[in-house]
Each structure stands twice: as C-alpha cells, then as structure tokens.
Design a protein around this ligand. Structure first.
Ligand SMILES: Cc1cc2nc3c(=O)[nH]c(=O)nc-3n(C[C@H](O)[C@H](O)[C@H](O)COP(=O)(O)OP(=O)(O)OC[C@H]3O[C@@H](n4cnc5c(N)ncnc54)[C@H](O)[C@@H]3O)c2cc1C
Length: 411
C-alpha cells in the first residue's frame, strides 16, 4: 500500500474563511492543499450572495470596535475587485434620543474620519439615504457576494491543490506531521500544518484531537421581496443599505417598475435547519418595517420571491476563533465567523498566515493589531476550564510554546 500524500499546508474547509486563508498563503509563495467535503467551494454558509460589511461603531464594545475597524480595512483592500461600496446607514435605535453634536463628538473620539462615519439628522439622512431618520452614515459600507469571492480566491493556481468531495472525520499526530482520516478511517493525507476552517464541523475535528470548542449553530434566513410599483412602500424604500435590528441591501428597480428588496435576517439560536421557513419571512417583514420606522406599513405588499438560508457558526463569547491551537502544534483554527464572515475572513487570512509562516507580525502591528486583540481571538481563551477538567491536555499545553501571547479567558 502506498503511503498517503504529504502536503506542507492543508486547509480544511473551502468557505470564505478557508478560501481567503489559502489565497493569502498562495500570494505569499506557499504551496497549499484545500480539502472540502462538498464537490465545489462555497457550498455551505458561504453560498451567501448578499452580505454587508462595515466597522462596528456602537458604544460599549471597545475591543470589537478596534477589531472590526482593522478587519474592515483588510476586507476593503482584499476584495477591491468585487467590493460593492454603496454606503450603509445605521438608524438611531427607537428607544434612544439622537443628539447630532453628541454623536459627532463620539465619532471624533473614535478617530473615525468622515469618509468612515458621519452623524446625520433626519433631514440629512432623507437626502443621502432616502429615509427620514437620524443615525450614523457609513459611506464606505459595502456588500459582497461571499460565494463569488470564495470561488475567486480558489481559482486555479499552480501551487493550489483542491480535493473536493473529501470529508475529513478526524486528525491524528504522526511524528512531526498530522494525518487526516476519512469516515471509513482510511488516511487521506498527511500535513505539516493544518488550518481548520470548517465552521461548525471544526468542533468535531478539534474533539478528535481532544480539544473542546464552545461552538453552536445559529440559523438565519434572508428574504428577497418584490414591492409592486403602485404601493405606498415605494416612497419609503431606502436608497442605500441599512443596518440596525436586521439589515437590508439597496433596492433594485426591475424593468416592470417594481423593486427587489433583500431584507434579513432571522437569528434562530441553536437551529441548523436549512429549510426555508415562512415564519422567518414574516419576521423579516417586521424587521423591514422596523428598519424604515414604518409601523403602519402593510406587510402583505412585501411579496416573497426568494430567500437565502444559512447556518452561522458562533462561539460562546461571540468573537471569532482565529489562531494557532497552541496545545496542538501545527494546528490552526479559523471558525465562529458568526454574522461577520466578510470581515473576520479577511482578518483570519492575515493573522493565520503570519502565524503559519511565523514572520509577519510587524505588518500586523503596523495595522494596529496588538497582542491583546490576538489573544481575544485565540483558541486558547477557552481552555482554562477545559484544561482543569482534562489534566492530560494540560500537560500537552504546558509543553507547547505559544506563538503569541494569550489570555486564559475571553472577557
Ligand atoms: C442569514 C445570514 C446572513 C448573513 N449575513 C452576513 C453579512 O451581512 N455579512 C457578513 O459578513 N456575514 C454574514 N453572514 C455570515 C457569513 O455568511 C458566514 O460567516 C461565512 O459564510 C462563514 O464562512 P466559513 O468559511 O466560516 O464557513 P462555511 O461557509 O460554512 O464553510 C465551511 C466549509 O467547511 C466544509 N467542511 C465542513 N466540515 C468538513 C469536513 N469534516 N471535511 C471537509 N470539509 C468540511 C464545508 O463543506 C464548507 O464548505 C450571514 C450568515 C447568514 C446565515
């Protein structure tokens, strides 16, 4: 029997996370093998064509603010060709009083230029965004077809091997390498370094190495509505994307004068059902009214013409898990992208590549990526409790040399 093929770097998962990381590594001259259980890239949550991206500007989450700002700049630079910049408006929450000067001053304290975030009163917003509500205008906010971006990142490259229809069921240490096994427990290949970007399935792959990750599914559905030309809704529809309790993309005028409007999304904790739910469309109709502050709107005029259903993977603390699994040297994780796949995949590409190649930390530091942020995303943040419960893992962990500083627990 011939021994399974060896690759220096293997990425498990060809969604936006795995594809973006593989692409970054290829750009850095590495040879990469990407493995996916599906017959093509972007088959799962990354089949999403209507994702929005903007930095977080809300109060009370300073670390999220720093992380999303860096990640947004990385995503913008990465996806330039397919980046659809149309601006995103965040209406003021209904229970909050908007004071233009106060919000402007707050944005100044964040050192965000006017090209990134501006406070708008209702009249200004009516002119720019087409809705009479105060809020924050993010002119560089954009949308991305995650599916096309994923496929684009994995287009043929002399140093890229793609293994489709190849589910990995477990990993095992073999000397200095890792061996990947299929569901019949036959070895698939060996690898010097393995990046696991398999969304929720990362949990079982990590478990096969004795590592427990707090990952869970959150189902979501976006609804594609048609709004007929003769309804009152037409005057209410925004010119730009909106993000608040839910989000919507800019409307699209169809040849017959009707409008196509994508509104989402539901947030079904612990659910992994990929069926289309009528109740999720109803939920999205209500979100549509909320986004437009159009309480009396007749939702029967929002005719459903399509949908997207996906299952997000989220971690217990709602931050992504990106970084070296230091107690399993040679293993790296990029999962739990939640509802920020566009931003976190761009950040994961830079961070994981820097860790895999062990050479690019100066660049990350220049981008403002300080050690506390690396630690906030590191898999190690979950292991204080897990290690106490499993001394064997603790022994392994203490033998491994952390690549970057880590904290025992996420805040
Ligand atoms: C309704 C909804 C709205 C959203 N809106 C936005 C938005 O506006 N902006 C935004 O940025 N994000 C948004 N997201 C989130 C975004 O879609 C996800 O974060 C992103 O697509 C996740 O990418 P991923 O690569 O981590 O996972 P996936 O795309 O799920 O990829 C994982 C891959 O791993 C493969 N795999 C799994 N197990 C194995 C195995 N054992 N062996 C081999 N291969 C395996 C799978 O086949 C799959 O291809 C939304 C998600 C939903 C559901």
């Amino acid at each position: 029997m011939t021994s399974p093929q060896h690759h220096d770097i293997v990425v498990i998962g060809a969604g936006i996370a795995g594809a973006t990381i593989a692409h970054e590594l290829l750009e850095r001259g590495q040879t990469v093998c990407i493995v996916d259980s599906a017959p093509q890239p972007a088959s799962a949550c990354s089949s999403h064509a209507y994702a929005i991206a903007h930095p977080h500007v809300g109060r009370g989450a300073p670390r999220l603010l720093r992380l999303t700002r860096i990640a947004f700049l990385m995503a913008e630079a990465r996806w330039g060709k397919v980046w659809n910049q149309h601006g995103i408006f965040q209406p003021t929450k209904k229970d909050k009083v908007f004071k233009l000067k106060e919000v402007s001053d707050y944005l100044k304290t964040l050192e965000l230029g006017e090209d990134v975030a501006q406070a708008l009163d209702a009249n200004q917003a009516a002119q720019i965004c087409g809705i009479q509500q105060s809020g924050i205008w993010l002119p560089r906010g954009a949308s991305l077809n995650i599916s096309s971006a994923t496929s684009e990142a994995l287009k043929p490259h002399p140093k890229l091997t793609c293994c489709w229809s190849t589910p990995v069921s477990r990993l095992e240490k073999l000397g200095a390498s890792w061996q990947l096994f299929d569901h019949q427990d036959a070895p698939i290949m060996t690898a010097g370094k393995v990046i696991i970007a398999a969304a929720l399935e990362t949990k079982s792959l990590a478990a096969s190495m004795g590592v427990r990750l707090p990952l869970r599914p959150v189902r979501g559905q976006l609804s594609i509505f048609s709004v007929a030309a003769n309804t009152v809704w037409i005057e209410k529809l925004p010119k730009t994307a909106l993000s608040g309790d839910g989000y919507c993309l800019p409307t699209q005028r169809m040849p017959d004068g009707s409008y196509r409007w994508i509104v989402g999304s539901s947030f079904d904790e612990g659910e992994a059902d990929l069926q289309d739910w009528a109740s999720s469309d109803d939920f999205n109709r209500e979100q549509a009214k909320g986004l437009l502050n159009y309480v009396e709107g007749d939702t029967s005029h929002l005719q459903k013409v399509g949908s997207f259903v996906g299952v997000r993977c989220v971690a217990g603390d709602r931050l992504p898990i990106i970084g070296a699994l230091t107690q399993r040297p040679g293993i790296f994780l990029a999962t739990a992208l939640g509802s920020r796949g566009v931003l976190w995949s761009a950040l994961a590409a830079k961070l994981i590549t820097a860790q895999v190649l062990e050479d690019d930390f100066a660049l990350l530091t220049r981008l403002g990526f300080a050690a506390d942020l690396v630690a906030a995303l590191a898999p190690a943040r979950f292991f204080a409790g897990a290690l106490a419960a499993a001394p064997a893992l603790g022994a392994l962990a203490s033998n491994s040399k952390p690549i970057l500083p880590s904290v025992p627990r996420a805040k």
